[in-house]
Design a protein around this ligand. Sequence first.
Ligand code: GDP
Ligand code: IMO
Ligand code: MG
Length: 441
Amino acid sequence: MPGQCVIGLQWGDEAKGKLVDLLTEGKDLVVRYAGGANAGHTVVIGDDVYKLHHIPSGIINDGVQNLITPGVVINPPTILEEIKQLADKGIDVSTRMKLSQRAHVVMPWHVLEDKMWNRLVSGEDNIGTTLRGIGPCYADKVGRSFAIRLGDMIQDDFPDRVRRIVAVKKQVLSSVAGDDMELDAEAIIKEYAGYAKQLASMVTDTNRILLDAVDQNKSILFEGAQGSLLDIDHGTFPFVTSSNSSGVGISTGSGVPGNWMDQILGVCKTYATRVGGGPFPTEQDNDKGQHIRDMGNEYGTTTGRPRRCGWFDAVAVRYTARLGGVTSIALTMLDVLSELSEIEVCVAYDLDGQRIDYFPAHVNDLRRLTPIYETVPGWQTDVTGARSLDDLPVAAVNYIRHLEKLIGRRIEYVSVGPDRAQTIHIKESVKLDEYLQTRAV
Ligand code: GDP
Ligand code: IMO
Ligand code: MG
């Protein structure tokens, strides 16, 4: 069962794009199954930097088929712009990618609604979305009557459908937001008919492609978007995205049976970040957080917003690794901590005077708790050139082993820089405890 998945175990931006690109070699298909243009995945190969929002990170490898499946919400002008940018770099996306007829379309009113809802909720309650229309599009998907799927855009009744929806959306938007949010049905019909034409050769039934691939035992790589703590059902609700971005969403979003996935790689940073609002128990809104932001260049790939930074939260990552059925871990950004003499790791929480070792479900509990930290020595050595465990200082390997024990899953990859090449693969046969004995002086 060669179904391999890459999922984020924190609040997104864990470097999933890097890992997907790395693991694409030898795969038949790479699949984006959730989220939309709220994602920003970066792939760095030498001097070439690719920032992908919609298109799977497998696109750079020739000979691999990339799919966007029903669980994704697609913004046509955004994806067309991305296709153009890749064409400028010599990548012909149209021959390497197919889009599901079943995927829902982010329409102009969704973006307006996202802005409107965001404006109406202030302070601590503000989710701080990416304003890409993601929540409203998924809301219409679940509500059904006002939804548009990619396959609808080439149907004869598309213009009438748009007219009917726009009539209702205009009422809602103007009553709540005033008249700065105008929608012109005829202009939208014309514009989107043009997009449909440009995308037509790529739109198909990806369920058939994938189920045939499963029957033929082809190897498939699933690319998660966002992070598990942003999962609509299992994350820090309501400060989440609108899809199942944890491991539980792979099957619903792609249409491939869950029992077909055999390797689930959970990606997490050696610290923690979050963009937008919501609880973040280990946040360091201070010099330490700023140091991490500076060293890790922690600014959003999609919105450019500074990411909130803090210490590694082992309680949270243990939770999401278990939730996602994670079989091994990719630990990224080891290099970012290189200048620190001491590193804190959250190993439990204090909630109302009681020590707990689980991740609370309610946002108010998450806001109230105090992290309990362990202090681990830093290594204060540049690790960006390391390509094997032998190249790392012992203190860095100790830190990796420490996190491995706390998460309860094997660490298989360690990333020491953005480039594809800046990666250490730890073979299954290597046990870190035994390895460290060989390094003892
Ligand atoms: P994704 O959304 O999970 O794919 O992650 P993003 O691309 O949004 O953010 C990760 C950022 O970190 C990107 O700018 C990557 O190029 C960069 N990156 C990836 N791995 C490493 C690493 O090990 N060290 C450093 N310093 N940067 C990395
Ligand atoms: P990748 O795939 C980090 C966050 C937003 C906001 C919340 C809801 O690059 O890891 P939305 O626009 O989805 O309704 O916003 O989710 N968010 C992300 N944060 N990385 C992402 O994607 C994110 N996608 C959404 O900042 O807090
Ligand atoms: Mg990102």
